[in-house]
Design a protein around this ligand. Structure first.
Ligand code: SF4
Length: 565
């Protein structure tokens, strides 16, 4: 049902039930928002999006008010602008003036709003809050001085991730956003995924910085610095640095890393390929030995943490194989560089991840570390700018070395459902001795939070499920606990749509750009020569020369963990 509404003197067509905000955005008019989050039930609490409607005494929050047939709406009248400026001036009265030093500068929604509303000086001044920055968590720092009480972090943590690690603390005018008993973010409920960072409009939440440690390592002559990054990271760096589509992004990025001072740049897909082999073997073994099913994947450290801390009854169903970047780090130190006589202690191994949780994950390592530092995609982009890399004149690093051999099955790990697609290809081969006739599994693609697929091999049927956005796992776990027995393997990625939308990725990604990142991974899969992990020549060399076979004692020693940390 459609009807006419007047916006700023122009007639537009509205749909019955849509909010004023949606109507405005559909017609190319943006009004500022702060508490609003796409896809969530609006609260209308910040009032930034308020508009003037003829005949209504008060301004109306556009996010929570439906468009109605009789409405004449003013989006930027003097009264509206005055109200927005006052709201912002009151927020700024309590906000630190350290934009120059803030990691969010340039991407801060408050800064952008102040600029758009032409606020050039501080109108009201209150005493600096001087609250202590929470640095307890290995993945995420939280600066309560910069919090604007929009509650977006609470909503994402509660509704998308389903762990409620962040909450409103205190009452009335002294309430603030914090953690249970104000213990800091290093609490069991927090899975370190960083989705709160992605929705924070200011620099109140940010990844624990590792940037300086990496730059120091690059100028330490005692160290042999190497780096790995996943195709997910390459896709996002291309987006942020304006690398034109059609360019060889992975090899351009490798070249940039060598120019910066890294001795080698590896592709994390190698670790993903090894993980595929190990999980396919573990699944096959469990089925044959009638062990507990379904098996759960272990590639997402936030999911592993969730199981260990909040669902320990599921721990015996969790795969023990390490995550792809730890496996890649292990292979780099213990095989690839060891072959060239470079001692593991000398190697400083950096992994660039779309993920904040991997910063937490590496703190669980013992003795000789697989990975010495994790930086997010955002930190890598900062390093690239720091070193003045100009991609427009760079030539790709030729890709023929062991650092680049991968299969496109490993590439798919970046998107939810992708790890399953990769594992199914090798599982099918392990069980039947034949290749699948069609590698593409449409049932596991798309942006749904839960996807399922049944694979038929001979007379047997195997069930697979992919879940992304941790809150979506609860209904599946209930079904399994109530006796559902048709599933053999479940992939859980805590971030919605998987790592492509991880907590370490560039800010402001629209649904359209997430779709296009996912498409780039699937396009890579279609275009690549080796599409199954078991045909990756480097993976085969590693098993032949070093590890034996998937599931062997040596594989267990180097590629698996006992989950006790
Ligand atoms: Fe990290 Fe990916 Fe898990 Fe998100 S889904 S926490 S980015 S591993």
């Amino acid at each position: 049902m459609q009807f006419n509404v007047e916006i700023n003197g122009q007639k537009v067509i509205a749909r019955r039930g849509e909010t004023i905000l949606n109507l405005l955005n559909r017609n190319g008019i943006n009004v500022p928002t702060l508490c609003h989050l796409n896809g969530f039930i609006p609260t209308g609490s910040c009032r930034f999006c308020s508009v003037e409607v003829d005949g209504m005494t008060d301004l109306v929050p556009a996010c929570s008010h439906q468009a109605e047939e009789w409405m004449k709406i003013q989006t930027h009248s003097p009264r509206v602008i005055k109200a927005r400026r006052t709201i912002l001036e009151l927020i700024l009265a309590n906000h630190p003036e350290d934009c120059l030093y803030c990691g969010r500068s340039g991407k801060c929604e408050l800064q952008i709003l102040a600029n758009e509303l032409n606020i050039r000086e501080r109108k009201y001044k209150t005493r600096n809050k001087n609250l202590q920055v929470d640095r307890n968590c290995p993945s995420i720092d939280r600066d309560p001085n910069k919090c604007v009480l929009c509650e977006r972090c609470i909503r994402v943590c509660n509704e998308t991730i389903g762990v409620s690690a962040i909450e409103v603390v205190g009452r009335g005018s002294s309430s603030s956003i914090g953690t249970s008993l104000n213990k800091g973010l290093n609490l069991k409920a927090c899975v370190k995924c960083g989705q709160c960072i992605m929705v924070c409009p200011t620099g109140a939440l940010y990844e624990k910085p590792t940037y300086s440690k990496v730059i120091e390592a690059l100028s330490n002559p005692e160290l042999y610095p190497v780096i790995q990054f996943s195709p997910t990271v390459a896709v996002s760096v291309a987006e942020e640095t304006g690398i034109k589509s059609g360019k060889d992004v992975v090899n351009l990025l490798r070249k940039a890393m060598m120019n910066i001072g890294f001795k080698q740049a590896y592709d994390t897909s190698l670790g993903a390929d090894l993980m595929i082999q190990e999980i396919a073997e573990e699944l096959n073994h469990r089925i044959i030995s009638k062990n507990t099913l379904p098996l759960f994947t272990s590639c997402c450290p936030s999911w592993v943490k969730y199981v260990k801390d909040l669902k320990p009854e599921l721990q015996d169903r969790l795969a023990t194989v390490k995550s792809p970047h730890l496996i890649t780090g292990n292979v780099i130190k213990n095989y690839l560089l060891a072959k060239s006589g470079i001692p593991a202690e000398k190697v400083f191994s950096v992994s660039v991840m779309p993920c904040t949780s991997k910063k937490y994950e590496i703190t669980l390592q013992q003795n000789i570390k697989d990975v010495d530092a994790v930086i997010t995609t955002r930190e890598l982009i900062r390093i690239i700018r720091f070193f003045g890399i100009d991609f427009s004149v760079l030539e790709p690093e030729p890709s023929y070395s062991s650092s680049t051999i991968r299969s496109s099955a490993g590439v798919l790990f970046g998107t939810a459902g992708g790890a399953l697609e990769g594992i199914i290809r090798s599982f099918y081969y392990q069980v039947s001795g034949q290749e699948m006739t069609n590698y593409k599994i449409l049932e596991l693609r798309g942006m749904k939070g839960r996807k399922e697929y049944k694979l038929k091999i001979g007379k047997s049927v195997y069930g697979f499920a992919s879940v992304s956005g941790l809150s979506n796992v609860k209904s599946l776990l209930d079904e399994i606990q109530s006796g559902r027995s048709d599933l053999h393997l479940v992939e859980v990625m805590v971030c919605p749509n998987g790592c492509i939308n991880g907590g370490g990725q560039p800010f402001d990604a629209s649904e359209k750009s997430i779709r296009s990142r996912i498409k780039m991974l699937y396009d890579t899969d279609e275009a690549e020569f080796i599409r199954v992990a078991h045909k990756n020549p480097l993976v085969n060399e590693l098993y032949d020369q070093w590890l034996g076979k998937p599931g062997s004692e040596k594989s267990n020693q180097f590629l698996h963990t006992d989950l006790s940390n």
